[in-house]
Design a protein. Structure first.
Length: 318
């Protein structure tokens, strides 16, 4: 599901919408499946607005097993009291592996709520602000958060006992009445800055509080290593997840179809030569996308990909 942009594609719930009035039983504007039925969900370029006087509303329930993306989205509530339950809700069966990137959540009890027992979700370039209970709440297994920007009077990041969180390159602001980070689980934090926060980290697991304005590196548990070690990370720089552009103008006529070069899906013949011929043709004609009509293809040796080719699109084929 893809809109034009966050500013030009806005899905807004009606005020006082029936079925969105009970915060004890939240209803989502968008809801994916979960568990082993949730594969390859991709959402991008829109805004969700849960409207006014909808205290039981949540923005999106997002689970995508193995791979998926939620990117360039904004989830807000127009209610002046910021009522609503969860902006981005990833609390379900098997929430990873997937990427949430360039997301902003304004209002709700929880901006982002992550849970489940399959590790692997990554959140990158995320803004949470004006939440009522916590900006980002984590329970369950491992999650990586990079560039979290929180503007909240409540706790920015709440980590439950069974959660493992890696927090990198983030800025947390405004938590004067509550600790910016409240940890009962496992936390590795590196390069986290704080502004207007009385307690920056309340580590209940280790009964330790920090008030530093900048955490260079903090681990709530001792590192385990097979070799002599300082017990600290290597502090290597982290680059953004790369975005590979599609063909200019979105002209699908420029996509190269492997069937036109002799590949036969769902047959018993070897398709290696045909697929390689399609890739070579794309390379020689400076085209970036080679695609496979739906089906099963047989490949008996490695394929060589390079030059201008950036995408192999399956639709989904095997």
């Amino acid at each position: 599901m893809q809109g034009q942009s966050r500013d030009k594609t806005i899905l807004r719930l009606k005020d006082h919408a029936p079925g969105f009035d009970n915060p004890e039983k939240t209803t989502h504007m968008i809801r994916t499946k979960q568990g082993n039925m949730a594969f390859v969900y991709r959402f991008a370029n829109f805004t969700l607005d849960t409207g006014r006087s909808n205290p039981g509303a949540s923005g999106i329930f997002y689970i995508s097993c193995n791979h998926g993306t939620l990117g360039d989205v904004r989830v807000i509530t127009s209610d002046p009291a910021h009522v609503g339950v969860r902006g981005i809700d990833c609390d379900g069966d098997n929430p990873g592996l997937s990427l949430v990137r360039n997301a902003e959540v304004v209002g709700f009890d929880f901006g982002i709520y992550y849970g489940g027992y399959i590790p692997g979700m990554v959140f990158e370039h995320v803004v949470v602000k004006d939440q009522r209970q916590a900006g980002f709440r984590c329970r369950g297994n491992g999650v990586v958060i990079r560039d979290l920007c929180s503007s909240n009077t409540v706790t920015a990041l709440k980590i439950e006992k069974d959660a493992t969180v890696t927090l990198l390159d983030s800025v947390l602001s405004g938590s004067l009445s509550s600790p910016a980070i409240r940890n009962e689980g496992q936390l590795l934090a590196r390069n986290v800055q704080f502004h207007d926060c009385r307690v920056t980290l309340d580590d209940l697991r280790n009964k330790r509080q920090l008030t530093d304005g900048h955490i260079k590196e903090y681990a709530s548990a001792k590192a385990v290593s097979l070799f002599p070690s300082t017990g600290r990370t290597l502090n290597l720089p982290i680059e953004d997840t790369p975005t590979v552009p599609w063909d200019a103008g979105g002209n699908f006529a420029n996509w190269v179809n492997v069937v036109k070069f002799g590949a036969r899906p769902n047959s018993k013949k070897d398709d290696t030569d045909a697929i390689q011929a399609a890739i070579d043709f794309a390379r020689s004609n400076i085209q970036s996308t080679v695609y496979f009509p739906v089906g099963r293809y047989r490949v008996s040796r490695p394929l060589e990909i390079g030059g201008s080719v950036r995408h192999l699109v399956g639709f989904p084929s095997t």
